[in-house]
Ligand binder design. Structure first.
Ligand SMILES: NC(=O)c1ccc[n+]([C@@H]2O[C@H](COP(=O)([O-])OP(=O)(O)OC[C@H]3O[C@@H](n4cnc5c(N)ncnc54)[C@H](OP(=O)(O)O)[C@@H]3O)[C@@H](O)[C@H]2O)c1
Length: 323
C-alpha cells in the first residue's frame, strides 16, 4: 500500500482524501515509478470539482516525476532506475504509481525531480502555445493574463527569450514585481485598472499580435479589444469560470480575428510531438533561459490546502506535492 490522494465524489477541496491505495504491477506498455514530486495544476481543480468528469474513484493529479522501479512487457525505452517526468495521465498525487510508458520522458541529470514536477505540464503547454498555436516572433506585442501564475511565469520568460514585448496582467502589486522578474516588460493590475486602455497605451495603439488568456470568464470579451486586426485570441483556460457562448460575428467586428481553444492533450497526443516538446523545454531549462519557480511545496497529505490556496489566488509560479 502507498499514500495517495483520492476523489470518491466530485466537489470542493474537502473531497481530496489522503489514504493508502494498492498499486498494481505494471501491465504491458506500462512502467511503475516511485514518485519524488507531483505537480499541482489548475486542471486538477476542474477534475476534482466534476467540471471535467472522470470515472470514480480516481487518484487526482496529472503530472509528476520519479524513478522507474519496474517495467511491464514490451517496454524497451525505460528500465528500473531511470529518472523520468510525465504529464497528463490521472493518478499524479501518489507516492508510487503505474503509467503508460509512452507518456514518460527521461529527465536530463541537470533537472531535479522537483523542477520536473513543477514544469512538465506547464512548460510543455508554454512550448506549444508560443511555438505552435501562434508562432511568436521577436518584436510581437503579447498579452498574457495571470502573468504571475504557474503558466504565467514560464510564458513570460519564454516570450522574453524570443524577444517579444511581454505584457502581463496580475492580481496584486507583489505579483507584478514577480512577473517583471520573470520576463514581462509591462504589468497591469487588472483588478484595479482597465487592461484594454493600458494595452492600448503600452503598445501606442498598435495592440497585440496574440493574447494568451487562461482566465476566461472575467477577461472576456475585453481580451478581444487588445488584439490587432487578423490577430489571434488563444483561450487556453478558465480559472475565473468558462467563457459564455458568443456570436462568431464578434470576431469579424473586432478585426477579422482568429480564435482557438487549444489543449496540451491534443498538441502532444502522439509520442513524437511529446518527445520533441519535452526536448525543447529541457533545452530551455538546461541552457538557463527558463527558470522553474517552484514557489510552493506541500506534503501530499496537505493536498486540500494546496487546492484552496490555488483557487484563492494565493500561489505564484509552480506548486508541487511531495510524498
Ligand atoms: N489548455 C491547456 O493546454 C492548459 C494547460 C495547462 C494549464 N491551462 C490553464 O492555464 C491556466 C493557468 O493554470 P495554472 O495551473 O498555471 O494556474 P495559475 O495561473 O497558477 O493560477 C490561476 C491564476 O488565475 C488568476 N485568476 C483570475 N481570476 C481568478 C479566479 N476567479 N479564481 C482563481 N484564480 C483566478 C489568479 O492570478 P491573479 O491573482 O494574478 O489574477 C490565479 O493565481 C488555467 O486556466 C489552466 O486551466 C491550460
Amino acid at each position: 500500500m502507498v499514500a495517495a490522494v483520492r476523489v470518491h465524489k466530485p466537489g470542493g477541496p474537502e473531497v481530496l482524501t489522503f489514504e493508502d491505495v494498492d498499486v498494481p504491477a505494471p501491465g504491458p506498455g506500462q512502467i511503475r515509478i516511485k514518485q519524488h514530486a507531483s505537480g499541482l495544476n489548475y486542471i486538477d481543480t476542474y477534475i476534482r470539482s466534476g467540471a471535467y468528469p472522470q470515472p470514480l474513484p480516481f487518484i487526482a493529479g496529472n503530472e509528476g516525476a520519479g524513478e522507474v522501479v519496474a517495467v511491464g512487457s514490451g517496454v524497451t525505452d525505460f528500465k528500473a532506475g531511470d529518472r523520468i517526468g510525465y504529464v497528463v495521465t490521472l493518478g499524479g498525487y501518489s507516492a508510487e504509481r503505474v503509467l503508460p510508458a509512452e507518456r514518460a520522458v527521461k529527465l536530463p541529470d541537470a533537472i531535479s525531480y522537483e523542477q520536473a514536477a513543477g514544469m512538465m505540464l506547464k512548460g510543455m503547454t508554454v512550448e506549444y502555445l508560443v511555438q505552435r498555436t501562434f508562432k511568436v516572433q521577436k518584436g510581437h506585442n503579447v498579452l498574457v493574463h495571470a502573468a504571475a501564475g504557474g503558466i504565467g511565469l514560464l510564458i513570460g520568460q519564454w516570450l522574453n527569450h524570443i524577444g517579444a514585448n511581454a505584457i502581463g496582467t496580475v492580481g496584486s502589486k507583489e505579483k507584478a514585481d514577480l512577473a517583471k522578474a520573470n520576463g514581462y516588460h509591462h504589468t497591469i493590475l487588472y483588478r484595479d485598472e482597465d487592461f484594454v486602455a493600458r494595452v492600448k497605451d503600452i503598445t501606442k495603439g498598435e495592440l497585440c499580435e496574440v493574447v494568451y488568456d487562461g482566465v476566461g470568464k472575467s477577461t472576456f470579451p475585453a481580451s478581444l479589444d487588445c488584439i490587432k486586426p487578423l490577430g489571434m485570441f488563444v483561450s487556453f483556460g478558465s480559472s475565473s469560470g468558462p467563457i459564455d457562448a458568443f456570436n462568431i460575428g464578434l470576431l469579424q467586428n473586432k478585426g477579422s480575428l482568429f480564435a482557438t481553444r487549444p489543449t496540451l492533450n491534443t498538441y502532444n497526443a502522439k509520442r513524437d510531438p511529446l518527445v520533441k516538446s519535452a526536448a525543447d523545454l529541457f533545452k530551455m531549462v538546461t541552457s538557463g533561459a527558463l527558470k522553474i519557480p517552484v514557489n510552493q511545496k506541500y506534503a501530499l497529505k496537505d493536498a486540500q490546502k494546496a487546492h484552496r490556496d490555488l483557487e484563492a489566488r494565493k500561489t505564484t509560479g509552480s506548486s508541487i506535492l511531495v510524498p
